[in-house]
Write a protein that binds this ligand. Structure first.
Ligand code: ZN
Length: 122
């Protein structure tokens, strides 16, 4: 059908859309890209969850010790992005974070939640 678009009445014969090898490759490429994107999103979710679950001490170490984070990354144990909201783990890359002391947050809500959860004077 792709080679002879005008030879037959494909619509009447109810033949589906023509599929050239190029179109097929294009479709496969698109599916591959979608799969990669989904995988990346899943990884980001996992990393976000892992970061949020860390103790303040561990987060501080991650944020301060990029070199260490890089080393840990080689073993697959660490995070690709240590710049995250201290409270929920949301990535702060490309964002202007909300800060108090040496903590950074994606939103004032996260900041306040974190501040409330800490001992000592407000
Ligand atoms: Zn947050």
């Amino acid at each position: 059908m792709a080679d002879h678009p005008a030879q037959y009445d494909y619509r009447q014969a109810k033949v589906p859309e023509p599929l050239t090898p190029e179109m097929e490759a294009q479709r496969r490429e698109k599916q591959r890209a979608q799969r990669a994107q989904r995988k990346q999103q899943a990884q980001e979710q996992e990393e976000k969850r892992r970061f949020a679950a860390l103790s303040d001490r561990e987060k501080r170490a991650l944020a301060a010790e990029r070199r260490l984070a890089g080393q840990l990354l080689d073993t697959g144990a660490a995070l690709t992005n240590p710049r995250r909201c201290w409270q929920c783990g949301e990535s702060l890359l490309g964002q202007i974070p909300f800060c108090y002391l040496d903590f950074s947050f994606c939103s004032t809500g996260c900041l306040q939640t974190h501040r409330r959860g800490r001992p000592g004077p407000p």
